[in-house]
Ligand binder design. Structure first.
Ligand SMILES: C[S@@+](CC[C@H](N)C(=O)[O-])C[C@H]1O[C@@H](n2cnc3c(N)ncnc32)[C@H](O)[C@@H]1O
Length: 342
């Protein structure tokens, strides 16, 4: 029998931004925070959120059908509430809130991706620098509030991977770990929470330190985690027998990537290791759609920055002197690449 082709997947992916924007809007408007641990009717939510009646029911039921809300019952008396995931990760009152990622996607990235076509034709970034001539990151570090949003965004993207790494990697062979570009300290927090014997250091640019301190204090871990400020290109890495770089290498071009890997190798003692946590693209560049999209995203953000495969990283790490590289999958899209020094 002749196969009947169906355009359903083409339609689903092409119109995927409708679902994406629905979710981003719910996060931006703090729907999941408003719900907290409560259950409300649609009318109550309409009034609390200041919605017009026309969109309220479609909006709530779209989120329900996407499994981002629960609903007990049907019709006007039905009660909406958070799912276990939205309660943990999208209620601003939860210490595991990751919505900063999506607030930033809603406020800036969504607009910049509208210029993907230009990015593909020019190879140039499509972020603020294109429109205003201003470097987003320079402005970011000058504004504590914007920096806090950005750091929240970083935490959101990596929280799941750091939680998985804390459970899956054998930290017992190491006394100290330093997170290079540690942002708000979430890797150190997850590691300290799960491993009583390891000392953690989170290393980032000076304006980031107060944000990391606030976060670490929230978990009452200041005696277990040191905050060190510095520039990872210009200054020595703090001494540690394990380094981690989460979503650091993908921010930079090839020469800068190799520089940071070599710097880690030189700073490590014998038997030390460097762990990379990223959305690592599969070696054949066929399957990890999210890793490939992240790499396109790095084009939009920074032009020459890019994501990479385990084979790419193994080549660079071997060139720097590392003896072996292992891969530890952390989620369907993210992996840890662990480079060991003899
Ligand atoms: C994409 S974020 C990754 C944050 C975190 N490691 C994660 O996995 O979510 C990059 C981090 O590198 C930091 N960073 C950028 N340039 C730096 C530099 N020259 N020295 C130290 N940290 C830097 C930024 O402040 C930011 O926290």
């Amino acid at each position: 029998m002749k196969e009947v082709l169906n355009p359903a997947r083409i339609i689903e992916v092409s119109m995927g931004f409708l679902a994406s924007k629905t979710m981003l809007t719910a996060i931006k408007l703090e729907l999941f925070t408003e719900l907290g641990s409560n259950a409300f009717t649609g009318e109550q939510l309409q009034s609390k959120m200041g919605f017009h009646e026309r969109g309220t029911w479609d909006f709530l039921d779209t989120l329900l059908s996407l499994h981002f809300l629960e609903r007990e019952g049907n019709g006007k008396e039905a009660l909406y509430s958070n799912t276990a995931e939205t309660a943990l990760f999208l209620d601003k009152n939860s210490p595991h809130y990751i919505g900063g990622t999506f607030e930033m996607l809603n406020d800036r990235t969504y607009l910049h991706w509208g210029d993907l076509e230009d990015g593909l034709k020019t190879g140039q970034p499509q972020s603020e620098i294109k429109h205003t001539g201003e470097n987003f990151f320079e402005k970011l570090y000058a504004s504590p509030q914007a920096l806090r949003q950005f750091m929240g965004a970083m935490t959101g993207l990596q929280m799941g991977s750091f939680m998985a790494l804390a459970h899956l990697f054998d930290f017992s062979k190491y006394d100290s770990v330093c997170d290079i570009g540690g942002a708000s300290g979430m890797f150190s927090i997850q590691t300290a929470l799960n491993h009583a014997d390891i000392h953690c250091i989170t290393f980032d640019l000076p304006p980031v330190a107060p944000i990391a301190k606030e976060n670490i204090d929230r978990f009452a871990l200041s005696s277990r985690i040191d905050i060190v400020s510095g520039d990872f290109f210009a200054q020595d890495f703090p001494k540690a027998d394990l380094y981690i770089m989460g979503n650091i290498l993908h921010d930079w071009d090839l020469e800068q990537k190799k520089f940071l890997i070599r710097k880690a190798y030189d700073a490590l003692p014998a038997n030390g290791a460097l762990i990379i946590v990223e959305d690592v693209i599969d070696d054949e560049r066929r399957h990890n759609t999210f890793g490939l999209l992240m790499s396109l995203h790095m084009l939009i953000e920074g032009g020459d920055a890019f994501n990479f495969t385990a084979a790419d990283f193994t080549g660079w790490a071997t060139e720097a002197g590392f003896s072996e590289v292992a891969t530890l999958p952390l989620s369907p899209t993210a992996s840890a690449l662990i480079a060991f020094k003899k």
